[in-house]
Design a binder for this molecule. Structure first.
Ligand code: NAD
Ligand code: UDP
Ligand code: UDP
Length: 343
């Protein structure tokens, strides 16, 4: 309106100036699906701090208002309660598609819904991106590599996924979502970005999501037995949430169309993780062993050469430092505010 006013009444110079400042305006309208979740709520905060307008879309399937309650009054923040499997219409510049239950306990609670969210959620968001010409980033996962036969995992590796196992609803869901992303790019020139996220932890994780970091910290703080599934020799590489969100933002701003691994390449056995958490929490917990779940990947470690080169990104937070922050978060959590996925 200001530009129209200047165009009608002002000088050509003033108009050119206003137009230039509009074009240079770095502030964007960003849609974050799954924005109330663990990664999503951190991402919303970072986007707001950078001056962007954020539309946070979530149905609280695996999260709660607590994660974003402090953002509700922010003038640039808008919350929409919506299920991504249902078409959604808005005018936005960027989309981060994070909506999906992410931990094995959460995604196996209703596996058909998990597959549906992975496919239909991606389809709807790609349809939206195509219509409004928005750039869209998909939160994919290291699970696309399945029980990897190659370590560390590079983006070229096609993976080793059991298509009919209990993890398939998530693994295959995320794989077909990647397929949709690449096809929307090839067929409709949609500007896509695909982040293959490796195990990430930090404050705002759901205490009952059943993931190894949240389980072990909850058990350690209560001096309960620490439950290692299998022998504890399986490995994971844990990335602190702040580092990961930084990677997502850099990837969105990059020109990488093909998938990019984002994770911390420092690899630990699950036994090492248990011992470290017991030490840092000052816990009296004992370690016990429980059966290993079906198709549990034996080793996982990202090769982040592509991210280092194309995004000038690498994680900065060491496991011990990140765990200390996460333990402090859990220590002060009011457990009455959380429900288990079966409740
Ligand atoms: P999370 O469960 O905390 O967040 C997911 C969010 O999506 C929740 O707020 C949930 O309520 C919402 N959601 C679920 N189904 C929805 C639906 N149908 N409609 C709208 N919202 C819905 O998990 P997270 O760890 O923050 O994961 C975020 C994304 O990152 C997921 O797509 C996940 O697959 C991916 N990812 C996470 C990790 C990790 O280690 N945290 C690793 C790899 C990939
Ligand atoms: N869609 C959406 N929001 C939009 C545009 C599309 O949710 O702003 C949905 C649309 O309902 C469809 C999906 O995205 O289910 C794919 O849309 P596209 O236009 O690519 O395909 P088509 O509608 O032709 O199947
Ligand atoms: N795990 C474990 N005890 C737990 C929870 C998980 O030993 O209480 C193991 C699990 O079997 C897997 C690893 O820790 O080998 C990571 O599990 P998580 O569910 O966090 O993530 P994912 O398997 O998806 O990497």
């Amino acid at each position: 309106a200001r530009e129209e006013e200047i165009a009608e009444n002002g000088t050509a110079n003033e108009f050119a100036l206003a137009l230039r400042s509009a074009q240079l305006n770095p502030f964007l309208r960003v849609l974050v699906t799954g924005g109330a979740g663990f990664l999503g709520s951190h991402l919303c905060r970072r986007l707001l701090a950078a001056g962007h307008e954020v539309i946070c879309l979530d149905n609280f399937f695996t999260s709660q208002k607590l994660n974003i309650v402090d953002l509700m009054d922010h003038p640039n923040f808008e919350f929409v309660r919506h299920d991504v499997t249902v078409p959604f219409f808005a005018e936005v510049d960027r989309i981060f598609n994070l909506a999906c239950p992410a931990s094995p306990v959460h995604y196996q609670y209703n596996p058909i819904k998990t597959a549906k969210i992975s496919f239909c959620g991606a389809l709807n968001m790609l349809g939206l991106a195509k219509r409004v010409r928005a750039r869209i980033l998909q939160a994919s996962t290291s699970e696309v590599y399945g029980d990897a036969q190659q370590t560390p995992q590079t983006e070229q590796y096609w993976g080793n996924v059991n298509p009919i196992g209990v993890r398939a609803c998530y693994d295959e869901g995320k794989r077909v979502a990647e397929t949709l992303f690449l096809d929307y790019h090839r067929q409709h020139s949609v500007q896509i970005r695909v982040a293959r996220i490796f195990n990430t932890y930090g404050p705002s994780m759901h205490p009952y999501d059943g993931r190894v970091v949240s389980n072990f910290i909850m058990q350690a703080l209560a001096n309960d037995d620490i439950t290692i599934y299998g022998s504890g020799t399986q490995t994971r590489s844990f990335c602190f949430v702040d580092d990961l969100v930084d990677g997502l933002l850099r990837l969105m701003d990059s020109d990488m169309i093909t998938p990019v691994n984002l994770g911390n390449p420092n690899e630990f056995t699950i036994l090492e993780l248990a011992q470290l958490i017991i030490k840092l929490a000052g816990s009296k917990s004992r370690i016990i062993n429980k059966p290993l779940p079906q198709d549990d990947p034996k080793q996982r470690k990202p090769d982040i050469t592509v991210a280092m080169r194309a995004l000038d990104w690498q994680p900065r937070t060491q496991l011990e430092e990140g765990l200390r922050a996460t333990i402090e978060y859990f220590r002060h959590l009011d457990m009455r505010k959380f429900k288990k996925p079966t409740e």
